[in-house]
Design a protein around this ligand. Sequence first.
Ligand code: ADP
Ligand code: MG
Length: 262
Amino acid sequence: MTTSLVSAKTVIRARGLSKVYQEGANEFRALTDVHLDIHAGQLTLLMGPSGSGKTTLLSILGCILRASDGRLELLGEDVTSLPETELPRIRREAIGFVFQGFNLFPTLTAAENVALALDVRGVSGDKAKNRAEELLAEVGLQDRMRAFPADLSGGQKQRVAIARALAGNPPILLADEPTAALDSTSGRAVIELLQGLARSHGRAVVMVTHDPRVLSYGDRILQLEDGRLTREESPRPPYGVAHHALPAQATANFSEEFRAEF
Ligand code: ADP
Ligand code: MG
């Protein structure tokens, strides 16, 4: 071996994905023949004009929406052939979502919002409370645990939402325009946090954005136009990733072969 850099592990592999929305008698093709490999330890930015299919693609990658055609593998598991009833497990174990509008429960504190996501995963009581506090500390909100969403700034709300998305210790984090509603300082804090979660924790982070201010943070920049991936720009030489460990619990149910490669 002459190089110390090991190529990054592919955690999402999409081949020929397409999506056709059915509206009554009308069909609308939102995605066409998308091929994509997403790697652990990298922040991948997905850019494109409004209506180009970014949210559709992210929703398919996150198993919220099913593709009309094509094949999708997450952590080495072909999810396109799985029955609908298996998808909640994949979402719980493999994926964290962050939305533009935060989607926090207004009547719950920051810690309770995070604890709720732990509860869904079978962690409750003091264990959930302690873990929620750890996660909030990880996103820099150790002083705001008991604040309600209405008393938090936009950037703080988004950081609570990121802490919540980390509840299942997911190897894949998907964020749909997470900085769009934020001022530039809060937006920068959020993207730096997402970049850190990719680089230092070996997560694959895919972020949809319109925001040119965040471009320099991406390890890869993919462009979507009219439902097709048109080109990839590299803001800098590919970030070398040397054998990132996947969060242990997250891979529990995925194929032996896949985990053996890590
Ligand atoms: P983006 O996130 O890039 O703005 P979307 O993925 O939301 O794009 O949408 C892509 C295209 O698909 C748009 O033209 C949109 O109107 C259409 N679309 C999105 N969701 C639906 C739906 N549920 N039914 C019909 N058309 C949809
Ligand atoms: Mg969108």
